[in-house]
Design a protein around this ligand. Sequence first.
Ligand code: AQP
Length: 334
Amino acid sequence: MTDEKKVLFSGMQPSGYVTLGNYLGALNNWTTLQYDYNSIFCIVDMHALTVRQDPAKLRKAARDVLMQYLAVGLDPEKNIIYFQSHVPQHAELSWILNCYTYMGELNRMTQFKEKSQKHADNINAGLFTYPVLMAADILLYQTELVPVGEDQIQHLEITRDIATRFNGIYGDVFTMPEAYIGKTGARVMALQDPTKKMSKSDENANNTIAILDDPKQIINKFKRAVTDSGNEIIYSDDKPGIKNLLSIYCAVTGKTIKEAEKEFENSGYGDFKIAVGEAVVAKIEPIQKKFEEYQKNKDYIDEIIKTGAEKAERIAEKTMRKVRRKIGYPDKIR
Ligand code: AQP
């Protein structure tokens, strides 16, 4: 990592297969930004525990997410790519920051409200303090820029509030991070219910497109996507299904909404949906091929996992030494 560039941090939970939403709202932006920043890309397996996981599936999903990071084009030589659970400083800072975060602040988090409704049988304390762990992830690396989808903006705001509070007491310990929202694909919606966002943990597979889905399956899911009773292909809040499909089409082709509306002005919904499916397949097929190659290269992936954790821990420990001293932990005798 070079010193002149700013630090960028982002992460993704291995809570299922990476979706088109995760790709367009996050990964795709990361591949562009990686050359302009000292970038740190984490697989946030500790966050995934806030929802009950099958251990074998979680272990596999974490490795698969890492290989998908590589397959979309994140460069492991240039960036730090690692598993959150391999760097214990995340848990340590998270506990400390818990003591500088108010219940009232956490109570306002929309993701907590949504997830506790979805997992009513498992509303655990980790789900509640999820944003504090996220704050620790970001602040550990003195991050300046955090590329996120719109759904995560609230968590970035609370991170800034926690950092401001901590710095206010102890001096400038943490760098103040800012959100980066990409222009397109900021919020990809579920195909069967375009009023809610596409999520990798959605139980209805027809709602989501995984970037590793079989191309035929992808086209079929788009064919079945919910639209509305009209027949015009225009970008309007009254037509959430068509709006979502147009946004996806533009995000994968690089066309503007106006160009897309013009292109489909004489098409029916059926043909339009197939065209969106085909454009998505064209974009993600090369990613799938690369993923297959990485699957065959165990030693190479193991090496990335090892060196990623070592590099991340070095930076995280530097911040932690400062934090421990500031808050008054006794010095360790060596
Ligand atoms: N539908 C979406 N559209 C655009 N961006 C999205 N992101 C998630 N869904 C969409 C962005 O992807 C990144 C990874 O998020 P995460 O895995 O840390 O958590 P999440 O936001 O909770 O993602 P999911 O897919 O909804 O996972 P589950 O189902 O486990 O909750 C973030 O930058 C996010 O903004």
